[in-house]
Write a protein that binds this ligand. Structure first.
Ligand SMILES: [Zn+2]
Ligand SMILES: [Zn+2]
Length: 562
């Protein structure tokens, strides 16, 4: 067999073909001896169809094996959003490698880790903002970019085969209030150096034009707070330090004090204070000061913009918060965008607040929020700066990726490769005749965080729970002698079924009759086999309940031989 040529490949295990749980791999070397560099380790939030599961993570079994074989050289975290860092505490123990990131992201990861009892000690290598470091055979430069959290970085990854740019999440915003700008000179210089491939954010690839600046949002929030006659509560993502700063500046200008509400908000603000991102602002007031402040002298900044049921805003909407209440004439500003899937939860809260007489302002009413991702005009600018030969759209659902691919082609990328999680795409090869294309597939999938345990997405627990939530559970316990005689009365328990079936007959009686009739009718030989008894009783119970109710519950039959 001929020797494999040296290659640089990109292989996402999460975040491509879906929004969330980003994990990208760069592999360098011949096909059978690659060294891997991992980028980001994020989570997704589970939809309500997966009962009992809140958090989803990428399946890292492939990377775990490569780490054991000594082929994983490190993990880079581009920024502190949950879809890029949220799985670190749970999955790092399986990888065991050094984690490279920049100061704010590191500090955020550390306060979070310290907040979780039993979390592992993770070896971080902190690179200064805009710094450069060698990780195995990869020379990685952290390129500051504007985004909706401070300290976000794109990566210039240099290898002996060539240079690729991994954009991470970014936008162009020359006036971001807090944090980095996306420096045109730096990116153009990379273009002059020669960028072989770009692996780029697709989130807003179907939105025309250029995103408004964070400063535009600051101005609108300032006007709203200046005009408000009573209390103002603003809900936003805790990690959006620029937004927190804008709200606090508007409060200060209008003689109002800021009260922070919510653990996540306090955590991010403490890190932002340490990193001098909130310099010049007076200290914020603790939540128990709220009740003592006059109605026109306070602005509350709250978590819960996505309708999270345990967050501050949901509790205030339900009038169930120990320190914070709103009165008719107060206003709540949603300085956020509702993530698809959360609309019902958010609407429930909005309706509850409206019933309390609270005025609601959302991004439908004015520019109170702006996205942290590039629109088409910004993507075009990036392609003009970098002039890459190869483009690989990531960070999006198939629709976003397709839209981005078309744009990349239009902007002159000669090879545009559309991929999904698990695909291995060749970016550069030592063999000049080899093109950029998908050459392999890696095992990929999802893990669910179930309580404190990680399970596979195919674990029967989830399917069983879904069935139970749809049609309930009937449990039957039967004691039998060795000769196949029923001893005593069967014990029956129903859960999740209505009390009465069609015609008004109680369903527990329907089940009891079904069990007794079934046992009576069983031939002697079959009765001596506990498994056969359980199977017949299950079938009889589900059939009778279906006739009386129209749904078949789960049925557990326990046959004990006494
Ligand atoms: Zn992000
Ligand atoms: Zn992201």
């Amino acid at each position: 067999m001929s020797k494999w040529p040296d290659e640089l490949v990109f292989a996402p295990l999460g975040g491509v073909g879906e929004i969330g749980m980003n994990l990208g791999l760069y592999g360098l070397g011949p096909r059978n001896r690659r060294k891997w560099l991992a980028i980001d380790l994020g989570i997704s939030f589970a939809p309500p169809e997966i009962p009992g599961i809140d958090i989803i993570m990428p399946d890292v079994s492939f990377l775990e094996d490569e780490a054991k074989a000594g082929n994983l050289v490190g993990l880079v975290i581009t920024h502190g959003h949950e879809d890029h860092i949220g799985a670190l505490v749970d999955l790092w123990p399986r990888l065991g490698c050094t984690v490279y990131t920049t100061p704010f992201t590191h500090a955020l990861a550390e306060v979070r880790r310290l907040g979780e009892p039993g979390a592992p000690k993770i070896p971080f290598h902190v690179v200064p903002t805009g710094g450069r470091t060698q990780i195995g055979p990869f020379d990685v430069e952290f390129l500051p970019v504007a985004h909706s959290i401070p300290d976000s970085h794109a990566l210039a990854i240099r290898t002996p085969l060539g240079l690729v740019v991994h954009t991470g999440d970014w936008k162009i915003d020359p006036t971001p209030v807090v944090g980095n700008i996306t420096d045109p000179a730096r990116f153009s210089a990379l273009g002059d150096e020669g960028v072989r491939a770009i692996v780029c954010d697709s989130t807003n690839a179907f939105r025309d034009g250029i995103s408004p600046s964070e400063t535009d949002v600051q101005q609108v929030l300032g006007e709203l707070i200046a005009a408000a006659p009573n209390r103002v509560a603003v809900t936003t993502f805790a990690s959006n330090v620029a937004r927190v700063r804008s709200i606090a500046e508007a409060a200060m200008k209008n003689g109002r004090e800021v009260v922070l509400v919510g653990r996540a908000m306090e955590r991010v603000v403490s890190v932002a204070r340490e990193q001098h991102m909130l310099d010049g602002l007076p200290p914020f007031r603790p939540v128990d000061a709220y009740g003592f402040l006059p109605r026109d002298k306070v602005v509350a900044i709250l978590t819960g913009s996505q309708g999270e049921p345990r967050a501050a805003l949901a509790r205030i909407a339900d009038d169930d918060h120990p320190d914070i209440a709103l009165s008719p004439g107060d206003q709540v500003i949603f300085s956020s965008r509702t993530i698809p899937g959360n609309e019902r939860a958010v609407n429930r809260i909005i309706n509850a607040l409206v019933l309390q007489g609270v005025k609601i302002i959302t991004d439908r009413d004015g520019l109170v929020h702006v996205s942290g991702h590039p629109r088409r005009g910004e993507l075009e600018q990036m392609y003009q700066w970098l002039r890459p030969q190869v483009a690989v759209p990531v960070h999006g659902e198939p629709l976003h990726l397709a839209e981005h691919a078309e744009l990349a082609r239009r902007m002159g990328a000669r090879e545009v490769v559309r991929i999904v999680d698990g695909d291995v795409v060749r970016l550069i090869s030592a063999d000049p005749s080899a093109s950029a294309e998908v050459i392999e597939e890696l095992p990929s999938g999802r893990l669910y965080k179930d309580g404190n345990v990680l399970i596979g997405s195919d674990d029967p627990a989830v399917a069983e729970r879904r069935r139970m939530s749809f049609a309930g559970l009937v449990s039957v316990a039967i004691a039998m002698s060795g000769k196949g005689e029923v001893v005593g009365d069967p014990m029956i328990d129903l859960s999740g079924l209505p009390r009465l079936g069609l015609g008004g007959k109680p369903l527990d009686e329907v089940v009891e009759d079904a069990v007794l009739d079934c046992l009576d009718g069983l031939p002697k030989a079959r009765r001596r086999d506990p498994d056969a008894v359980a199977e017949s009783v299950t079938r009889a119970v589900r059939g009778s309940v279906n006739a009386a109710w129209g749904k078949k519950p789960l049925c557990h039959v326990l046959v004990v031989t006494v």
